[in-house]
Write a protein that binds this ligand. Structure first.
Ligand code: ADP
Length: 269
């Protein structure tokens, strides 16, 4: 058998080292491209509400302030733009913390019905303004105790239900439902809105991806809500899925583990 010469061995080692380094460089270049794109996106998103607020304020300073009705309208619009800006910055901070892994998930048992009812109450006004009715379906004799991060799951409901209202038809319905299985509960948020075209379905969980940019912004959307939802559920080893039909509506669903009912006798070791 021909044995490999020491020189050949060294050459092989160098070659595989070089290959590994090249792969590393490729990964770094990809990360760098991703970072650049992210910054470009953010800058663009920040500019939109800043320019809008600036526009209203300058118009007021140029004389529109004399007209009481115009003053009122423009000040309200400037305030709304600044609110959107604040929402955007808050969402960016959370998303960034999740992507860099500094956010901790604090898992504890709680009744899943509670955060849902809280979100329904919080979003009631918003729903009423659009004549949207929110229904919540679950079985009274069942326990929906789950083991999860309550605050973050609250946020998931906040984003999903708020989208289901925003993108619903006027006077439409939102149906939130819980269904127990052996070890997990399936949560569904269904609306009767405009739906999402098939070609956009895969992409709506990407940051800043919107089916209709202007419509989303006009509704105060940051384009980050579903990216945050996806990250939170990943932190729970769960996955969000969506099915949708244009002009009919959408259903977002995900699973969470079921915990033993409070006060139940622990299993004997
Ligand atoms: P936004 O702040 O724009 O609502 P999201 O990340 O929450 O951002 O959603 C991304 C996009 O997905 C939205 O801009 C919208 O086009 C689409 N979308 C989300 N939820 C729904 C829904 N229930 N019905 C129709 N389209 C939706």
């Amino acid at each position: 058998k021909a044995s490999i010469s020491p020189l050949k061995k060294i050459q092989n080692t160098i070659n595989s080292y070089a290959e590994a380094k090249n792969r590393e460089i490729e990964v770094l270049q990809k990360n760098e491209a991703f970072r650049r794109e992210f910054i470009a996106d953010i800058s663009h998103e920040l500019k939109t509400p800043i320019f809008a607020a600036q526009g209203y304020i300058h118009t007021l300073l140029d004389g529109a302030i004399e007209d009481y009705a115009v003053r009122d309208k423009f000040l309200k619009r400037a305030a709304k733009s600044l609110n959107n800006l604040e929402k955007l910055v808050q969402d960016l901070i959370i998303l960034n913390q999740m992507e860099s892994g500094v956010i901790r998930f604090t898992m504890a048992p709680f009744d899943l019905k509670e955060p849902i009812m809280e979100v329904m109450e919080q979003l009631e006004d918003k729903a009423q303004k659009r004549g949207v009715k929110i229904n919540f379906q679950y079985q009274k004799d069942q326990s929906y105790r789950t083991l999860a991060d309550r605050d973050k799951i609250y946020r998931v409901f906040q984003n999903l239900v708020s989208n289901a209202i925003k993108y619903n038809k006027e006077g439409g319905e939102v149906n939130i439902s819980l269904k127990n299985h052996k070890n997990h509960v399936t949560i569904k948020v269904k609306d009767e809105g405009m739906g999402i075209p098939p070609e956009d379905l895969k992409r709506i969980f990407e940051r800043f991806y919107r089916v209709e940019k202007s419509r989303s912004r006009e509704k105060g959307g940051t384009g980050l809500g579903l990216a945050i939802v996806k990250h939170i559920l990943e932190g729970h080893k769960s996955k969000i899925s969506v099915s949708s039909a244009v002009s009919k509506g959408s259903i977002f669903s995900f699973d969470l583990p079921l915990a033993k009912p409070a006060g139940s006798v622990p299993d004997k070791a």
